[in-house]
Design a binder for this molecule. Sequence first.
Ligand SMILES: Nc1ncnc2c1ncn2[C@@H]1O[C@H](COP(=O)(O)OP(=O)(O)O)[C@@H](O)[C@H]1O
Ligand SMILES: [Mg+2]
Length: 387
Amino acid sequence: MASGTVTESKRVTNLSVTTNYGRKVLNVYRVSASGTEKIKVSFCTDVDKSVIVHNFEKRGWVQVGPEDDWNFYWAVTQSCRNIFSVETGYRMDDNQSIIHYNMFVEEYRKSPQSTWIMKPCGKSQGAGIFLINKLSKLKKWSREAKNPFNPNLTKESYVISRYIDNPLLIGGKKFDLRLYVLITSFRPLKAYLFKLGFCRFCTVKYDTSIQELDNMYVHLTNVSVQKHGEEYNSKHGGKLSVHNLRLYLESTRGKAVTEKLFANITWCIVHSLKAVAPVMANDRHCFECYGYDIIIDNDLKPWLIEVNASPSLTSTTVNDRILKYKLIDNIISIVVPPDGVPDVKWNKCPPPEALGNFELLLDEELCAQEDKEFSSGKYRGLSSKWK
Ligand SMILES: Nc1ncnc2c1ncn2[C@@H]1O[C@H](COP(=O)(O)OP(=O)(O)O)[C@@H](O)[C@H]1O
Ligand SMILES: [Mg+2]
């Protein structure tokens, strides 16, 4: 995949697919060290971003090509498919898409006043997204898609979801959260949340009127969309830290509801992972860094919008660069044993000081140990409340 142009992964139709189709095994590492022998760690990357390369070089690792003998590979989906020869598996055929359309019509009839958001499966970063508020518009769009002058359109699958039309606004503007989650194992589930998440704001005020339905500066919070707007501020890049959001909410809505909101966000993340854990490939050599998109509505209810398997590592501001550098740095500290050499036999229990800005969300292995200790009276309570 073209280096330097890889930003965010393609949209997947559904996180809970029953095969691994659509899953992106982001990062792979492999061990060539044996015993205590000191080796030079070699890395390979498909993503030619300085936040990645500088982090590896800082550790004295040497860059090699994918065909060479690497210890650590920051790979995009296609490379992983090649490496593991993963079956591409299940794909929808025409009939199935008709079945899904009927399901949508049923859903639509339950709440005909709702607005819906359509997202092409093969795109990301807000590309090709549009909103509809009438079934007739969807029918018109589908007829147009079948236009013989536009034959490619018929091949594209779309995800359609209920549009959250009452987002929490700050300064009259819509925003969503981008949170990073590291998964070092799916079975048992071991997941960490990066505490330096941020909010991404729209550049123009939120407006639900029909005239603004096509105005993506009102509805889509992606930086890749907003940075083209006239009101885009390249200094702060339309971003606010989650930490500052928390302070803002504590002062405007109160501490208790803010606490509850953040607990619900973690609940959402943990349960989305538990939902897919049984069907994910659980290779001991792999870990994942997911980018979660979450919208908070005006009743302070969080909604999971999307989980990106290859979240964008493009830096738009100075703070952004610092944050993403730390993200990669912290990830490496967690997934590589304390001696700095990738080792598949390691028990994946990083010491607390290796976590950096990550916090443990869930470690099912530790939970199981604690359960044992609990019954024997030695409970320590470290592995998370999300059992
Ligand atoms: N159901 C929804 N309700 C409200 N806004 C949404 C919804 N789905 C997506 N959005 C907005 O559109 C943006 C892009 O959608 P997303 O699913 O993240 O696709 P992409 O892969 O293009 O980033 C989101 O960041 C959010 O601002
Ligand atoms: Mg997104």
